[in-house]
Design a protein around this ligand. Sequence first.
Ligand code: RNT
Ligand code: ZN
Length: 414
Amino acid sequence: MTRFESAKELYSAFNVDAEAAIAALKNIPVSVHCWQGDDVIGFDGSQSLSGGIQTTGNYPGRARTPDELFSDIKKAFSLMPGKKRLNVHACYAFLGEDKGKVDRDAYSYKHFEKWVEFAKELGLDGVDFNPTFFAHPKMKDGLSLSSPDEETRAFWVRHGKRSLEIAAEMGKAFGKPCLVNIWIPDGFKDVPADRLGPRLRLKKSLDEMLENYDKEWVIPAVESKVFGIGVESYTVGNNEFYQNYAAKKGICCLLDNGHYHPTEVVSDKIPSLLAFYDKVALHVTRPVRWDSDHVVLFEDEIKEIAKEIVRNGATEKVLIGLDYFDASINRISAWVTGQRSMQKALLYALLLPNAEMKKMQDEGRFTELMVLQERVKTLPFGDIWEEYLRRENMTDDYYTEIAEYENNVLRGRK
Ligand code: RNT
Ligand code: ZN
């Protein structure tokens, strides 16, 4: 008997079907961010990151060109099991001869066709898109969509509109809707004199942006945040603002688990939103003391997030995306480790006797529930994970191949 067969038996004693769990996992798409490979710099001229987010570390091998980034994505994705989408930011436009002539408010689908072709070449499930409202000279006093300067505000509204148009083409190209996540860094370092004004302007800007988008192929989402580095005192797009906006407007909320007060958890927010929304989008990350965007690991809160997706039958309602960036270690390894951690968490959740545990809760059998929840923690999860990897033609050791790539490719990038 193989280890997998024996593990399968142990799980079936808890009425858990490991084969069904593996089959389900293969079908849950995870949208992998393109920005882990180059420290969120992009191709459209920015030299550094700003807007309250920060990449730290200077490990050698950052992708400096589109070719390098594509090569790194190819390597990383080859080591990531399961169904994947590619999440692209507008600052990753291929401008070609438009460089220096066309600004973000005039980007069009042609500047992103290479991404679509590339994603198809990799056999991905689709592409998601993000307007980039940061790291750009048109930000005025740290503000974009909420700027009191009409020219600035209008510029960013146009950028948002163009982004929604680009996304519609991306959706059509795959025959699957494209998630467009709207995150802006707007906020103030110190105590503001007016907290309402910027929010009213943001509301107006969003209304203008969303006036006329393609409802068939685009899923717009808004991502809230509590604070950012350098914008500690006030964030225009906070949780209350966006949740109300999304509910009224019939669009989607995106929950980034680095964007709340430290004892709040996204796992508990998912079911609350599922009670009201058809779709909920996620940025899965690992905040360490702040929104630090550490690489996702197979830890408690990510397991809780996965449980809420799986046991509520919401694998098609919750759009899972990753959002972390670490420049202090091999970037490809960072990418793969985070994606595999998400996959592990989903598999872990799929391997729980969810129906039985729910029944215990409903029948008030809390002692038994606690005992069962503890017992399943030591089931041979690793043997099922290894089998899943084997079926995906992968092994648990992804480092050896990454180290080779580092020596042959990344070290040459001086
Ligand atoms: C920033 C947000 C946002 C970005 C990406 C690059 O705090 O999490 O999602 O990380 O858009
Ligand atoms: Zn995010």
